[in-house]
Design a protein around this ligand. Structure first.
Ligand SMILES: NC(=O)c1ccc[n+]([C@@H]2O[C@H](COP(=O)([O-])OP(=O)(O)OC[C@H]3O[C@@H](n4cnc5c(N)ncnc54)[C@H](O)[C@@H]3O)[C@@H](O)[C@H]2O)c1
Length: 351
């Protein structure tokens, strides 16, 4: 069964539609006038503006629920974004993180294999594991995946995500595509602790919160680790390139049974460099001298995140495969990504 994307009755099922990526995907899908959405999440606060849209059906449900899984698998395309995916939770809640990132998606994959749905599953660039500072380009199909020890519970998330990838790839009859995101950034990324979430969010929301509160940005182990920051809008463009390619039988070989990195290799920064850039952009947005903002502060990883902290020092995505098979390349420069995200954060949380 090939989904017909130009068909009036075409509906994409999105689980995790109320999250950061989900909220952007939802808006983009609804820009296509004939498309509809079946959306599942536990939390809808980011997508309040869509709740009464007549082209959407939303269900507040848990992916752990077999009935929800069965409903999702009735649609021709299922995008799975649901996961526990904040670093501070990998340490303290490993069993829940593993259930969320392996048990639930594996059950969804089983259901999609039976129904013939195309499962687009969001994994993570964390599956590349404990990469060193001198590690090169990370290739989907040839780079070895080496994790830290079991005592470093940081790797609970990556281990569960990787097992799911292997499960999906091994499941007979499943039509699948796996996406490995590299640090997507943009509006609605995570939360502000104490306002609309608890614990430690991912680095962008973490630094944005500190800036807004006039607190020092915390550089874990000196902020030497490097990441490639990717606009969430580029990520959504990737998904549409994927949807479009998947709608024609001629291109199917390039879309199904493939893992894709989605990242912007031109946007590489160390976390210390990210902190400086964000301070600079924040000072410009606020119209203040950067010297009036607190200097970043170095903290030890285990002190900040707790026992079991570990890190990968560099994550540079290979982007050739997405370009070759889908004609996709992320192009939003880092300064544009950060200015958009920070401007949104300031406006959203200053109210
Ligand atoms: N944003 C990134 O840069 C990034 C990086 C690597 C991997 N990913 C992966 O992409 C996916 C989406 O990420 P995001 O940044 O949008 O995360 P997010 O936390 O903003 O969104 C996830 C959504 O899933 C929902 N959810 C969680 N568990 C659920 C359950 N059991 N049932 C129903 N809904 C559930 C949450 O309520 C949330 O709205 C995740 O799988 C994540 O691991 C994202």
């Amino acid at each position: 069964m090939n989904p017909r994307f130009d068909d009036r009755s075409f509906t994409v099922a999105i689980v995790g539609c109320g999250g950061f990526i989900g909220s952007h995907l939802l808006d983009a899908v609804l820009c296509r006038t004939k498309w509809r959405v079946f959306g599942v999440d536990l939390d809808f606060y980011r997508i309040q503006h869509r709740l009464n849209d007549e082209r959407c059906e939303f269900v507040c449900a848990d992916l752990a629920d077999p009935e929800t899984v069965a409903r999702l698998a009735r649609f021709p395309v299922v995008v799975n974004l649901a996961a526990i995916c904040t670093p501070s939770r990998y340490m303290g809640e490993a069993p829940a993180v593993i259930r969320s990132n392996y048990d639930h998606p594996a059950a969804l994959a089983d259901a999609c294999a039976k129904s013939g749905s195309w499962l687009i599953h969001f994994s993570t660039s964390e599956v590349y594991g404990r990469t060193g500072a001198d590690s090169g380009v990370l290739d989907e199909d040839s780079t070895p995946l080496v994790f830290g020890p079991v005592t470093a519970s940081r790797w609970s998330y990556a281990t569960a995500k990787l097992l799911t990838e292997r499960y999906i790839a091994g499941l007979s009859g499943l039509k699948w595509t796996v996406v490995r995101p590299f640090n997507f950034v943009g509006p609605y990324m995570d939360y502000m602790p104490g306002v609309d979430g608890e614990g430690i969010p991912r680095v962008l929301a973490n630094f944005s919160t500190a800036l807004l509160r006039g607190e020092p940005l915390k550089l874990v182990n000196g902020g030497k680790a490097k990441r490639c920051f990717t606009s969430v809008h580029d990520a959504i463009d990737f998904l549409f390139a994927l949807f479009d390619a998947g709608s024609g039988t001629a291109q199917n070989a390039g879309v199904f049974s493939q893992v894709f990195n989605v990242g912007n290799a031109d946007n590489e920064l160390s976390i210390a460099e990210l902190a400086q850039k964000m301070r600079q952009i924040y000072a410009e947005i606020r119209g203040v001298d950067i010297a009036t903002l607190p200097e970043p502060q170095v903290v030890a990883g285990e002190e900040y995140y707790g026992t079991g902290y570990d890190d990968s020092m560099r994550r540079l995505p290979g982007v050739e495969k997405a370009e070759r098979l889908l004609g996709f390349r992320a192009s939003t420069p880092i300064d544009v990504c950060l200015r958009e995200s920070l401007t949104w954060f300031v406006k959203h949380y200053s109210v």
